[in-house]
Design a protein around this ligand. Sequence first.
Ligand SMILES: [Zn+2]
Ligand SMILES: [Zn+2]
Length: 270
Amino acid sequence: MYFCDTHTHSRLSPDSDAPLEAMTQQAAALGLQVLYVTDHCDLVNGRGHPVDRFDWPAALAQLRRARAQVPELELRLGLELGSAIYNPTIARTILAQAGDHLDFVLGSLHNWLWERDNIDLYYTDFTGDPDLARRCLDRCLEHTWTLVTQCPDCYDSLAHIIYPLRYLRRDGHPLSLAEYEDRVRAIFTQVASTGHALEVNTCRGQDLADWPVLLDWYKSCGGEYVTLGSDAHRPQDLAKGIREAVAMVDAAGFRYLTTYEKRRPVPHKL
Ligand SMILES: [Zn+2]
Ligand SMILES: [Zn+2]
């Protein structure tokens, strides 16, 4: 089995305090073949304030240190670029600043955009408000469609399309993407036809049940590239759910997993 984790965070992310060296040591101990560090760069932060930069010098410095400390591990530089559609010009500037150090970009959406003060969905209380819950899903799919149609250069793999479900379910709305199948399929068709990847995000091993049907839809929409990430923000969560995710990808009929080098897909037999 090809054992990789292409979605992880270090203390360069606002919601992690893990030194990259601790993540890489754990990755080596687990036997991961490749680890991607994909720290957050959200163009609006959790509280909705615009962001126009990423600290690439700090990212490169910690990458060099971690590579020197755990040379047996293949460690690659990625970025979780959130809300690129909020300001595509800034998104493209930030990506260009990384030069050829950057191997991989996850395209994320964590926030309301152009409403509700642009805050992260995490901070919205959906309790007792089914209309708000549906509005949230509707908006997330609309913004994801905008990303894949208008900013295809701002992502390589479409990250955690089920992100809003985490907080809708937390607040008592047991929704799925089943009743949005047509819109999700349209997104997947666009992802596939433009040569991009779909991420299976295990959310530290907690979100596994949604993926088999989504992988089936993606495959029937022409999907070929799949990336796997645990979204670990601390060493003890690294690679959680990855083995189960590999089994799901296999069961859905995909023959390989994908990683990225210099933002180009590299297939690996399952
Ligand atoms: Zn995310
Ligand atoms: Zn993440």
